[in-house]
Write a new protein. Sequence first.
Length: 136
Amino acid sequence: MKINYAAVIVAGVVYWILGAVWFGFLFGNQWMALEHITPEQARGMEMPWFPYVVSFVLDLLIAFIIAVVCAWRTANTASRGAALGILMWIGFAGPVMYTSYMYEMRPNALFAINGFYPLVGFCLMGAILGAWTKKA
């Protein structure tokens, strides 16, 4: 099984940037309101760099796992990789997140913001990793 580590890094970076766009520009205000976070609280966070570093490392881990599954399933095109990413979200991330949201009685709008980010991200990472496979 050959893993393209450059593709893993690119996919992780793309997912990390998607998070910045998703939570910073597209849904930032709605997300903060639904989480009851004020801009002052966000600015006053201790070690504000820490979540960015940890999320980047975890994004690389997710990209690596998707790359491994792409290699196992011979998902060697962008569409097959994207489909695999969507399937992983449908089978794992989405149900686990939604179950927690139901029991915590959190708003569906918050699930949509928090939950669809990995759906889009897994799809993008799968597309990158499927299209950019290492030839055996």
